[in-house]
Design a protein around this ligand. Structure first.
Ligand code: SAH
Length: 354
């Protein structure tokens, strides 16, 4: 039998495990704290557990975080970790300090199957889903190096979080658990290209914040930039997003919109966007395009981005231009490229989201 990796068990799962081992479920609380709050992975140091439980944990479970291959600091304070999951699968997570806030950008898949035309992760194809332990492991690794607490987690690294729901949901529950990282629903954000059925499931299972990679306000253009749109077009996506926040008047959807020169950045595009989002509580993140070799797109000039932003602001949509962070270490949006061992396993879009 495969030893359970305790890093990937949320409170409920750990309680069941301990009960199955003949112990009281409340020990889960102690172990969660040891692992996530204190960073202790050696059972011998978990001094409030009985000898018998410690011996059993040692025999039947493990606590294994992804291995750090490289840690790169950027000139602007951003830090990127390259983590090895198994022979050949590497992922990246990025830490972004910004004043009082320290945000970790976490990967949910090795590679990505969605084939968004402007994203470099897409170019390497999809290799596999991360496990809950591998998702939480990124938070665990980052937390160990921090002097100040981690304040925000965004699922905006490599991969499409909503194509990996089985691992994502328990990971969110650990990240939000007071005994682990204790981040509130406003401080945990899942970003998606728009897998509508999974969005509905997420809404039922979790109360995290939602960011949606929109990038275009009409179907023909979005079909091209974000091909998953062919399966879940705007007329399905937008109502699903509205539903997601319907029960909480304080909530807004965060939209991500990459600014591509001459592609989606005209005044006409801004007008279309305003019309599309009418009636949906929204916050707009304009992302300057981060170019990479062979991308085939150019970033919109800063004046164009600002004019676009002003138009949205005038219509009442709070809009900010996202600072490009960590681009000297290829840690900026859409620049994460882990090393994938076997590209022959690259699967097509339809297969991966089926
Ligand atoms: N799959 C998820 C999360 C990962 S991408 C999603 O699509 O939301 C995180 C954000 O970076 C997305 O909004 C994505 O569209 C954007 N992005 C991808 N490539 C980019 C690039 N080259 N420049 C700027 N932003 C990019």
């Amino acid at each position: 039998m495969h030893a359970a990796n305790l890093l990937g068990l949320d409170r409920g799962a750990m309680e069941s495990l301990f009960e199955g081992m003949g112990h009281k479920p409340f020990h889960a609380r102690q172990v969660l704290k040891w692992i996530h709050k204190h960073g202790v992975t050696d059972f011998e140091q978990m001094t409030d557990l009985s000898k018998r439980l410690r011996a059993q944990l040692l025999a039947e479970t493990v606590v294994v975080a992804p291995r750090i291959i490289a840690e790169q600091p950027s000139a602007d304070g951003t830090r990127k970790w390259v983590l090895e999951l198994d022979c050949g699968n590497r992922i990246e997570s990025v830490l972004i300090p910004d004043g009082e806030r320290t945000t970790l950008c976490v990967s949910t898949q090795a590679g990505c199957a969605l084939e968004c035309s402007f994203c470099s992760t897409a170019r390497q194809g999809f290799n596999r889903n991360l496990s809950t332990a591998e998702i939480v492991g990124q938070v665990w690794v980052a937390t160990r190096t921090l002097e100040t607490p981690l304040t925000n987690v965004v699922m905006m690294g490599m991969g499409e979080p909503l194509a990996n729901m089985e691992a994502l949901l328990p990971a969110l529950s650990i990240i939000q658990d007071d005994l682990a990282y204790g981040l509130s629903k406003y401080r945990v954000t899942v970003s998606t290209a728009g897998i509508v059925p999974a969005l509905k499931r997420l809404r039922e299972a979790s109360d995290v914040s939602l960011a949606v990679s929109l990038h275009a306000a009409n179907n023909p253009l979005r079909d091209e930039l974000v091909p998953i749109n062919r399966k879940y077009p705007l007329e399905e996506l937008i109502p699903a997003c509205r539903d997601f926040i319907a029960n909480d008047k304080r909530r807004k959807i965060t939209w991500e919109y990459v600014m591509l020169d001459g592609v989606n950045d005209s005044d006409q595009h801004a007008r279309e966007l305003i019309r599309l989002l009418e009636g949906t509580p929204s916050k707009m993140n304009l992302i300057p395009f981060n170019p990479f070799p062979g991308a085939g797109y150019r970033p919109s000039p800063p004046e164009r981005i600002e004019a676009f932003r002003q138009r949205l602001m005038k219509s009442g949509i709070i809009s900010i231009t996202r600072k490009t962070r960590g681009d000297d270490i290829d840690a900026a949006c859409g620049q994460l490229v882990g090393k994938i061992a076997d590209r022959s396993r690259r699967v097509g879009l339809r297969e991966a989201v089926a």
